[in-house]
Design a protein around this ligand. Structure first.
Ligand SMILES: [Mg+2]
Length: 225
């Protein structure tokens, strides 16, 4: 079985962040509060998303005392917006190939149910992955720092003998799959645009067994699926 992470494996998470900022800016512009491009520029120049929302809310509050555009409001818009994101160039052809040769495809991702499902829908992944093979941490009540998401997927596919997991984050993507005897593959962050840096020191059991530079190179490892 072929199992993949979502964020920074099937698409660039920075694109999701940008899409969320644009969604906030669109509303602020429509309400005559601030031009969308200024909102996006402001948030992108912040050191992180949470800080950006706090600083922008404080600025809007000064100009429009009592306005509804609080940091909490921005978080809500960000989490619930339908994102404008696209799969990495070779993702869809690769998934089509896997499907054509009869390999079952699963997704294991950490995050909120609504947010991750919006991404999956926007990326058009529904035609490749059966509903029971989409594992989202909020829905199973545990994230990838535990064995639960991986065991949940395995328990739903008891006929499968081999599992391969591809992800990007050595902090949590490979430890439990390694422990469970899965094949693990890291998609290298060649452009250094990932949200979570791969340049971190981790113990051997957290390291991927293989590293590839593009998603399509996973086709070299089909014997492990
Ligand atoms: Mg990821």
């Amino acid at each position: 079985m072929f199992v993949t992470d979502l964020d920074d494996t099937l698409y660039r998470e920075v694109d999701y962040v940008y899409s969320g900022y644009k969604a906030i800016g669109k509303i602020l512009e429509e309400d005559g509060i601030m031009p969308q491009t200024d909102v996006v520029d402001f948030l992108q120049s912040s050191e992180n998303t949470a800080r950006g929302f706090d600083d922008l809310a404080a600025r809007l509050w000064l100009a429009h005392p009592g306005c509804r555009f609080t940091a909490d409001w921005m978080v809500e818009v960000y989490r619930y917006h339908m994102p404008s994101i696209a799969p990495l160039p070779d993702v869809i052809p690769t998934l089509e190939r896997l499907k054509a040769v009869g390999i079952t495809i699963g997704i294991i991702t950490d995050g909120r149910s609504v947010t991750q499902r919006s991404k999956i829908k926007a990326l058009g992944l529904g035609e490749f992955v059966a509903p029971q093979n989409i594992i989202i941490s909020e829905e199973v009540g545990a994230d990838k720092t535990t064995s639960a998401p991986f065991e949940t997927l395995a328990s739903r596919n008891i006929g499968e003998e081999k599992f391969l997991y591809i992800g990007d984050n050595p902090a949590k993507d490979f430890h439990w799959p390694n422990m469970m005897g899965w094949t693990t593959v890291e998609l290298r962050d060649c452009q250094k645009t990932n949200i979570h840096s791969q340049d971190i020191a981790v113990a051997d059991e957290f390291r991927p067994q293989h590293i590839i530079d593009s998603f399509g190179m996973i086709l070299k490892y089909l014997q492990y699926c």
